[in-house]
Design a protein around this ligand. Sequence first.
Ligand code: NAI
Length: 302
Amino acid sequence: FSTSTMAQSAISRITVIGGGQMGSGIAQVAATHKHEVTLVDVSQEALDRGKSYMAKSLKRVAKKKFAEDETAQSQFVDEIMGRVSLSTKPQEAVSRADLVIEAIVENIKVKQDLFAQLSKAAPQHTILASNTSSLPIGKIAELLDEQRKQRFIGLHFFNPVPQMKLVEVVRTKEVDQDVVDSAVAWVKAIGKAPAVCKDTPGFIVNRLLLPYMMESIRLLERDVASAQDIDTAMKLGAGYPMGPFELCDYVGLDTIKFIVDGWHKDGEGLKGNPLFSSSRKLDELVKQGRLGVKSGKGFYDY
Ligand code: NAI
């Protein structure tokens, strides 16, 4: 990180809306790279949880960075956490923001309403961004006026945010090129690697991963091989760090079902595509509450 990269991105004050898993990760990374961050949530408990999650994660980084020096470790954590403020008032929190990143619940109506509210309070130069995984960026911006749409973009981070290097920068039909350029520069300024793509279902990574996961589940349904053997095959034969079933369990089976069902029903260009038709096995596991790592059971037991 250098000050010249920060000047290039021309973004220094960030507001992150949604203090859950993704929002707190994004806030942590931005604050680590010298940005002033306000983290917003409807729930004070979520904010407190997000804050302690960030502090814990930073402590782990500090321990590695300053192995024997406890004073340096706590200075490192305190300095970064000092750049993060918490708020339950979204309009107030965006009133000085250069960039707003939304990471709230994956619901189109809730996101549209939030941005309609924010557009009344954010300065005209503010870039508005969504971290959605599965909703069209253009649709989230639908209620906004033309000027706001030109400064609206997708910034899709990956979980866990502090570890995952990639950010997909998603361009809508309306977005200005200088907004894309600023977003790309900012992504680099926070130590991540941008990949620019059009506003299409799944962007790049999930558009390719979901069919792979669904085909893996179908292989299992047809009893071609066990989950363990399919995982071993893809790790050792294709060089993937995780097998498809380990990955499904990590992402969450309910999340996978939610995304493929949505695309199959009305995804742009994907409606009715058999790659995303439902799977008996996946439906059953979700029904039984076997959602993956987070519920202690999925394709595997944890
Ligand atoms: P989460 O459930 O951990 O956090 C969502 C937070 O948003 C909660 O703390 C909730 O209180 C808050 N919230 C809900 N409505 C709000 C509102 N109107 N205003 C302010 N705060 C509100 O969810 P998570 O996993 O962090 O996901 C958030 C977004 O990020 C979703 O759009 C999701 O698609 C996307 N995403 C998730 C990934 C993942 O692996 N979990 C990966 C990439 C993107």
